[in-house]
Design a protein around this ligand. Structure first.
Ligand code: AMP
Length: 452
């Protein structure tokens, strides 16, 4: 790492870490602490509550794991003295891996517990004695409620990817956990984004926190080039994938993000049929082992394509991803940053390509506000066959557009009904999927988009 503008380079030796940890850091190949580590490690070591705003890929895990290992020091007693909460199983496992890497010269006992597998083995492990527990909130509470986990020795609580935790609706579980753990403890909160919600959570959860922000909230990684294509419908998006993936030399290792499990399956089937190079899918319905195997196959280069939903994708740490494709625009706008952060890691050039239908373009504009830049746009290559928009898909998109308009203009009554008429007549513009002239306004009641 280069010299800091206002001082000499900080090294791991500058932190109050013991020899075991420094040796493990050296074995891990970490020569220079990353910016988040430089700022956070001294604060945590000094006992502060810390709120860290850092994306995955910045070294944030080691930024809290190292001082935590220093604090917990050696195996003692039976009950965990530190708990790290993670929104997903993948991230929990990745945190456990970081601990394994950095605690290798200590006798510390650590374990990751998460849902999707039976709790029996996890409970048996806990009973043997644990110093650091990594857990998804639901599973932690489940085991606690069974009486198989004692939390009264807890001295440190870490909330990792707190923004995701909130997005996934874990607040009730987190509040329950806060109620049953000792009040006197050190709290660390990490989030990829600095949202008003996170600020509020930190007020509830942290005491006189010191805030560390390594990159401005929601700034895309600089090494990632971005491109946007407006594509009228799902089939044309698939055709575009087919077109892109013919170029095997450029699209070497691709993650395709979809909004829903259903789309993940549709894309997987299509890519498997049309492109050479095998495909794996990860989403919430896949069993734990299948997800692990899929990630491993992708990591090792055995498969060229990984198809993932946002929830399943948190915690994926795979370098040398050549392209991230947003097959669907994420509805949680910060996920855009997380998604494209999968490429352009470790100083490598990466590219992100976003497909947006007319209904999705509204969300692209919102994302652009967050990332404070306009995503460059290109028109669909002429070789890509533009398919006719299916009736149900048109309807869904028209409803979505109506909803967006109603949100920005409370007087807008909706044009969906008219569109439906036109759609029956088959006069929708197949290339753009553009909505029709608004005629008789019809109020649509009770429609909710299927949030899968
Ligand atoms: P994280 O942001 O915690 O997901 O870390 C991203 C990646 O950076 C992981 O693969 C870590 O092993 C790696 N890493 C963490 N700290 C350092 C460091 N100081 N030097 C080099 N790599 C690091």
């Amino acid at each position: 790492m280069e010299e800091k503008e206002n001082g000499p380079t900080i090294t791991f030796d500058d932190f109050k870490l013991n020899r075991q940890l420094l040796n493990a850091v050296a074995d891990a190949g970490y020569t220079v602490p990353t910016p988040v580590q430089q700022q956070t490690i001294p604060l945590i070591t000094a006992g502060h509550d810390v709120m860290g705003i850092a994306q995955t890929g910045t070294g944030k895990t080691a930024a809290y794991v190292l001082p935590l290992l220093m604090k917990v020091k050696y195996a003692q007693g039976t009950h965990p003295r530190a708990v790290i909460l993670s929104p997903t199983r993948e991230l929990a496992m990745q945190i456990e891996e970081s601990i394994r890497l950095l605690a290798k010269y200590t006798d510390l006992r650590f374990l990751a517990i998460y849902g999707g597998v039976g709790p029996k083995t996890q409970i048996e492990e806990i009973k043997k004695g644990i110093d650091i527990l990594v857990a998804t909130p639901g599973r932690l509470m489940e085991i606690y409620m069974k009486g198989d986990l004692i939390l009264k020795e807890l001295k440190t609580l870490v909330l990792d990817e707190a923004d995701k935790m909130m997005d996934m609706g874990f607040m009730p579980q987190i509040r329950s956990i806060l109620e049953v753990i000792p009040r006197k403890r050190q709290n660390l909160l990490f989030s990829a984004t600095m949202h008003a919600r996170i600020e509020k959570l930190s007020e509830e959860f942290l005491e006189f926190p010191v805030k560390v922000e390594v990159t401005p909230a929601a700034t895309p990684v600089e090494t990632v080039s971005q491109m946007l294509y407006q594509i009228p419908n799902l089939q044309t998006k698939l055709n575009m994938l087919h077109y892109l993936f013919r170029n095997e030399e450029i699209f070497t290792r691709v993650i395709i993000f979809t909004r829903s499990k259903k789309n993940a399956e549709v894309v997987a089937e299509f890519v498997n049929d049309s492109a050479r190079g095998t495909v794996r899918v990860i989403h919430g319905n896949k069993g734990q082992n299948m997800r692990i195997n899929a990630m491993e196959a992708f990591r090792s280069g055995e498969v060229r394509f990984l198809i993932a939903t946002d929830v399943a994708s948190r915690g994926i740490d795979i370098t040398a991803v050549s392209h991230v494709i947003n097959f669907d625009v994420p509805m949680i706008y910060e996920d855009y940053v997380h998604r494209i952060g999968r490429t352009g890691r470790a100083e490598q050039e990466g590219a992100s390509i976003t497909f947006a239908t007319e209904a999705e373009i509204h969300h692209v504009r919102e994302i652009e506000k967050i990332i404070k830049m306009q995503i460059p746009e290109a028109s669909l290559p002429p070789e890509v066959e533009v398919a006719k928009t299916k009736f149900a898909e048109s309807q869904e998109m028209a409803l979505e557009v109506d909803k967006q308009k109603r949100r920005t203009d409370p007087d807008f009554k909706g044009a969906f009904h008219d569109k439906k008429q036109h759609l029956h007549e088959g006069v929708i513009d197949k290339r753009t999927g553009r909505p029709f002239e608004e005629k008789k306004p019809t109020k649509i009641r009770g429609f909710r988009r299927n949030k899968s």
